[in-house]
Design a protein around this ligand. Structure first.
Ligand code: KIV
Ligand code: ZN
Length: 547
């Protein structure tokens, strides 16, 4: 969507003849599966890497660094499978500046439609001395021989001067010049240790672009680590100085504190085109799913307040903010959740929320709260929010019905029992009881891969709504002797996503209640009741008449 807006903008500018030139493209080089995967706690199997590569392909990144083929047979296999099965982006393998590594990379990349070998060699004094034990002349010779050799094994070669930021400027210039003259199409200038600052890297790229000879056909690339929390800012400063490729990883994963978070860099470039005057060819609406897939595969949830993809990135709880957003989202949103493909409602109901947000959410759930009842509903809502923090839909419905006397049109979890079998023969099962105002109490017993899965199956049978669990996160919260479990779920139902949330004393009911919450939202959003009939907007009066 955002991209459409940008191309509309470009179109109108071109029509006006004011800025008729086309903006430069920034290539997005994704290293989630290499630099990201090599960080402790983020390893992935070949199968998982393939799934992630498909998500990156949907996102539309230009290059996928699929691994480091010479590192292990598993890594080589992952590169080979991605090269064979993912088409669209250039597929890349990392390689040291050695014949053996280059051959391993070439073999693994063989099935790729477009392949890149990424050769790296330390150039800084500390790397030359302490790691490589090589003189400057030896480094230069290794660059020349490895880059020239690699050019005959793949479509394009990238050269990285590892620890470029701490390399003497003159030597770095010579090293990059040697790589360019030996056939490298991409000259990468990594901040391997996350040490630089935006002003410094801007100055360095400006200098290199002006002084590296023989690089007319090459592009300069930035690869920043986040040790000082500056990776994205530094990458963008490099772009302002003329870099035309950004390397980074989804959710900012990577060695130590990680790499440049690609979703952040992409959204900055897309949102602030006025500042950068460049464009990226990615489908930003695929950012959220790529980020969540990575979190799920690696078991590392995205922090709630993470820019762009955190659960709070588009959430508003403060009453003043919610009022503004309800009137016009642009009051507090510079991007929309839809721009990154985020599902669900961005208004969080809690103790900071105001009447406008409360009324809006109740309406979404099918309840029109009339003026004269609002004060009573609002007072109960505030009391509940003080006690519980965030209010889930099921709790809100119960509250509104309690105060206004309406009846609900949604399923409520009344009871859940389950058997968890670990080892042995016994199959996990769950017995679930749901209550519905029209259908009454319905019970089902189902089996599943585990007890919670069995409970979800039982809810599906009862409600007749099939759903795929895309995300489930359960956290223990609270202090001073009272701890609760908060479950957040995202369900895929007929190609749409629905979120659900629940807070209970124990893990199991929290998960199942969140599941039911999302099912109710799906039914509400389709304006249909549990029987699939068109759902009338409810007022307390209508509800009483109906009773
Ligand atoms: O950080 C770094 O220098 C790297 C290179 C291999 C590009 O990851
Ligand atoms: Zn790196």
């Amino acid at each position: 969507m955002l991209m459409e807006r940008i191309s509309e903008w470009e179109g109108s500018m071109a029509d006006s003849g004011k800025f008729a030139r086309k903006t430069d493209k920034i290539e997005i080089f994704d290293t989630t599966l290499r630099d990201g995967e090599q960080a402790p706690g983020f390893s992935m199997s070949a199968e998982e890497k393939l799934m992630m590569a498909e998500a990156l392909c949907d996102l539309g990144v230009d290059v996928i660094e699929a691994g480091f083929a010479a590192a292990s047979p598993g890594d080589a296999e992952a590169v080979r499978r991605i090269a064979a099965e993912v088409s669209g982006p250039t597929i890349c393998s990392l390689s040291r500046a050695s014949e053996g590594d280059i051959k391993r990379a070439a073999e693994a990349l063989q099935p790729a439609k477009k392949s890149r070998i990424h050769i790296f060699l330390g150039t800084s004094p500390i790397h030359r001395k302490a790691k490589l034990n090589m003189s400057k002349a030896e480094v230069m010779a290794a660059i020349e021989s490895s880059v020239s050799m690699a050019t005959s094994f793949c479509d394009e070669v990238e050269f990285s001067a590892e620890d470029a930021i701490r390399t003497e400027r003159e030597f770095l210039t010579e090293a990059l010049e040697c790589a360019a003259k030996s056939g490298a199409r991409v000259l990468n200038v990594p901040d391997t240790v996350g040490y630089t600052t935006p002003d410094e890297i801007y100055d360095l790229f400006t200098y290199l672009i002006a002084n590296v000879g023989g690089a007319e056909k090459a592009i300069f690339s930035t690869h920043c680590h986040d040790d000082l929390g500056l990776a994205v800012a530094n990458s963008l400063a490099a772009v302002r100085a003329g870099a035309r490729q950004i390397e980074g990883a989804i959710n900012g994963i990577g060695e130590r504190a990680g790499n440049c978070a690609l979703e952040e860099a992409i959204m900055v470039l897309a949102t602030r085109q006025d500042v950068f005057n460049v464009h990226v060819d990615v489908d930003t609406t695929k950012i959220y799913s790529a980020s969540r897939m990575l979190a799920k595969i690696t078991g590392n949830p995205v922090p709630r307040n993470k820019a762009i993809v955190g659960r709070n990135a588009f959430a508003h709880e403060a009453g003043i903010h919610q009022h503004g957003v309800l009137n016009d989202r642009r009051t507090y949103e510079i991007m929309t959740p839809e721009d990154i493909g985020l599902p669900g409602n961005a208004l969080i109901l809690g103790k900071h929320s105001g009447k406008h947000a409360l009324a809006a959410r109740a309406k979404e759930l099918g309840f029109e709260i009339e003026e004269d009842r609002m004060s009573a509903v609002f007072a109960s809502f505030k009391a509940m929010a003080d006690e519980l923090g965030e209010i889930a839909d099921a709790q809100l419905i119960e509250l509104v019905c309690g105060v206004t006397g309406s009846s609900t049109n949604v399923w409520q979890l009344k009871r859940v029992e389950m058997r968890a079998a670990h080892g042995g023969q016994a199959e996990p099962f769950a017995r679930v009881e749901l209550d519905h105002p029209l259908r009454g109490m319905v019970t089902d017993i189902a089996t599943g891969e585990g007890p919670i899965h069995a409970a979800f199956n039982a809810v599906q049978t009862i409600t007749g709504i099939s759903a795929i669990v895309e995300e489930l996160e359960i956290n223990h919260v609270g202090a001073k002797g009272r701890t609760d479990c908060i479950a957040d779920i995202v369900l895929g139902i007929h190609g749409e996503k629905f979120t659900g949330r629940a807070r209970t004393r124990d893990v199991i009911p929290a998960g199942v209640e969140a599941y039911v919450d999302a099912i109710n939202r799906a039914a509400a959003s389709q304006s249909r009741d549990a029987y699939g009939r068109k759902k009338p907007t409810r007022t307390p009066e209508k509800a009483k008449d109906a009773a």
